[in-house]
Design a protein around this ligand. Structure first.
Ligand code: IPM
Ligand code: MG
Length: 371
């Protein structure tokens, strides 16, 4: 198969983790005789520095002409600490989501037995935790009318949802639940918010079309607690834009590291794949960032292309590195491997260059010199 992939390296650790995904995709292409063609575009603080615009038109053009988009990370501390900045890196990502109508952000939360000690929860609570958050991505308070009065004493952000916006992601989430454990939880604040009451009404209405899926409803404050208290109760979690942003960061601690979680943003056209972590500027350029969030996002991209055998090979390789302690500094601060080494090990595993009968020491010859 031939696929055109738009690549946006972005800010901070974005470039170095995305480069590992590209190596992985190239290895897959080689092994399975596909052609992946990359076109690079700018976005975020990097784009502001180079062009003054967080999302140049050329990047939108590149994305519109591709089958999928692979994105690194966005954000820079110089904008975070300046509330008066008119142009911000994040505007680039928000505009891209809106322009491409990427209305559903899919964030799987997986736990790994070998990493349970890193999560702040007891191992017994983490067993069998496997759920997916469906976050609405192009509506709600993120995109509502924003206003600050003249003397800067009052500010407001409007939260609006239309029936159409709720319907399209809800159907997707129900269909996804049908392929999984058949449970869907709508997270909202229907005891207070009008928009949440609309979500609840519409989800109840369409639930009858999916009789095999058990539907339940949970207020977001309770959900925040339940994710920590009893995460295995969840299968598919459906929620609006801002609640989804917050609970997906919260849920990421269950896997042991924010650096591990991938995401896919899908709509009617091409889809975007990005790790859920931020730009982590303190680690940029040091070759210590965890590339797995990005590599697993590339695996989701392969699924999106219908290349399921290929995506399985990537996930097997990722699991193999985790099981054997080939991990970055966020996971093991003493015996850690570099970003590029993890990328290389994963590629070698995919290309079946690593023989399972070879002992650990031989594999470990790749070990970073720091250890
Ligand atoms: C995310 C991020 C973004 C969001 C930021 C960078 C605008 O936190 O993808 O979760 O809030 O959606
Ligand atoms: Mg977020």
């Amino acid at each position: 198969m031939h696929k055109k992939i738009a690549v946006i390296l972005g800010d901070g650790i974005g470039p170095e983790v995305t480069q590992q995904s590209i190596r992985v995709l190239d290895t897959i292409a080689e092994q399975f005789e596909h052609q992946f063609e990359y076109a690079y575009g700018l976005m975020g603080a990097d784009a502001i520095d180079k062009t003054g615009n967080p999302l140049p038109d050329e990047t939108i053009e590149i994305c519109l002409n591709s089958d999928a988009i692979l994105f690194g990370a966005i954000g820079h501390p110089k904008y975070d600490n300046d509330p008066s900045a008119k142009v911000r890196p994040e505007q680039g990502l928000l505009k891209l989501r809106k322009t491409l109508q990427l209305f559903a952000n899919i964030r799987p939360v997986t736990t790994y037995a070998s990493l349970q000690h890193l999560a702040p929860l007891k191992a017994s609570q983490l067993e069998n935790v496997d759920f997916v958050i469906f976050r609405e991505l192009t509506g709600g308070i993120y995109f509502g009318h924003k206003e600050t009065n003249a003397d800067q004493t009052i500010a407001s952000d409007l939260c609006t949802y239309t029936r159409e916006e709720i319907l399209r992601i809800s159907h997707l989430a129900f269909q996804y639940a049908q392929q999984r454990r058949k449970k869907l939880t709508l997270v909202d604040k229907a005891n207070v918010l009008e928009t949440s009451r609309l979500w609840r009404k519409i989800v109840k209405e369409i639930a009858v079309e999916y009789p095999d899926v058990e539907t339940d409803f949970m207020f977001v404050d309770n959900a925040a607690m339940q994710i920590i208290l009893n995460p295995k109760q969840f299968d598919v979690v459906l929620t609006e834009n801002m609640f989804g942003d917050i609970i997906s960061d919260e849920a990421s601690v269950l896997s042991g590291s924010l650096g591990l979680l991938p995401s896919a943003s899908v709509g009617n056209g091409s889809a975007l794949f990005e790790p859920i972590h931020g730009s982590y500027p303190q680690a940029a350029g040091k070759d210590i960032a965890n590339p797995l969030g990005s590599i697993l996002s590339a695996a989701m991209m392969l699924d999106h292309f219908g290349m399921t055998e290929e995506s399985e090979r990537v996930r097997e390789a990722v699991n193999w590195t985790l099981q054997h302690g080939f991990v970055t500094k966020d996971i093991d601060s003493v015996n850690f491997y570099f970003t590029t080494t993890i990328g290389e090990l994963i590629c070698d595993h995919i290309a079946q260059k690593i023989r399972t009968d070879v002992n650990q020491t031989n594999i470990e010859l790749r070990k970073s010199t720091i250890i």
